[in-house]
Design a protein around this ligand. Structure first.
Ligand code: NAP
Length: 248
């Protein structure tokens, strides 16, 4: 069956670095739950090219936003990067994904672990006021290669202003020095206890849920470390502590 599309209009493209950018689109008919992804599509050389993208905006905002990295030779991501205000783009109204709070038990501490552009779905959740009824504290951990990939600082400082000590933001920069960030990678931060120390919060099975999103190898390696300290995958028919989504 042919995919049904809604035509959205580009309202803004923000270029964070040479490869990272965010596209804002007006498409009021598209409804979703914070944390979900949908498909977006462009016609490129007479072919419709569609890829999944997570919503970064809250469902309560009156625009859609997608955060992307231009992948060398990636047909869609390189074209999306060139979009301008007033251009049109297809957005699917059929949304998916397990990184949504109705899939997660109500809990004290929710950890949101991301590499690169996978911070997007967490920002959607955190910008949605009702989300904060589902947990006491949110610990957002963003791992990137370089300092200038620590994007969305204004959104993060706005969240800090609203939620104070309930919101903890930790960064990893792995390939250059960074004043306030951890070095290395998330899985080793779990095995050494450095991540818990930095957050000032213990990862205990009875008060923790962990969402992991991004680089598939990071998702896998992090899950292994969490299992070693007693956490298990969360499934609808068998509740646990870990929810994951691979970004490519
Ligand atoms: P990345 O390689 O995912 O690195 C981001 C952070 O994750 C870095 O700090 C990196 O540490 C860390 N990391 C990498 N592998 C890990 C592992 N196994 N366990 C724990 N942490 C790990 O970099 P990126 O710039 O976000 O993405 C890289 C490339 O992936 C992009 O340039 C793009 O080509 C592609 N990509 C594709 C898509 C897609 O939808 N197709 C989406 C996003 C990215 P290290 O520096 O130590 O490696």
């Amino acid at each position: 069956m042919a995919e049904k599309w809604i035509l959205g209009e580009v309202v803004n493209v923000k270029h964070w670095t040479e490869s990272l950018y965010s596209v804002r689109i007006s498409a009021p008919e598209v409804k979703f739950i914070a944390g979900q992804y949908t498909k977006i599509s462009l016609n490129i050389d007479n072919e419709d090219i569609a890829r999944p993208y997570s919503f970064v905006n809250s469902p309560n905002e009156d625009f859609l936003e997608f955060y992307s990295v231009s992948v060398p030779n990636g047909p869609l991501s390189t074209k999306l990067q060139q979009l301008k205000k007033g251009d049109y783009i297809n957005v699917s109204p059929n949304n998916n994904g397990f990184l949504i709070l109705n899939e997660v038990p109500i809990i004290d501490n929710i950890w949101m672990l991301a590499t690169g552009t996978a911070i997007g779905p967490y920002l959607s959740i955190l910008k949605t006021k009702d989300s904060w009824n589902n947990f006491k504290k949110a610990i957002l951990v963003h791992a990137v290669r370089y300092n200038n990939e620590l994007t969305y600082q204004k959104t993060i400082s706005d969240l800090k202003d609203i939620y104070g000590d309930r919101f903890i933001y930790i960064t990893y920069v792995s390939r250059e020095d960074s004043e306030n960030s951890l070095t290395g990678r998330i899985p080793e931060g779990i095995s050494t206890g450095i991540l818990e120390k930095k957050a000032g919060i213990e990862i205990l099975p009875d008060n923790t849920h962990i969402m992991i999103c991004g680089n598939p190898e990071m998702v896998q390696d992090t899950t292994i470390e969490l299992k070693k300290i007693g956490l298990k995958k969360h499934r609808r028919n068998s509740p646990g502590h870990i929810t994951t989504e691979n970004y490519w």
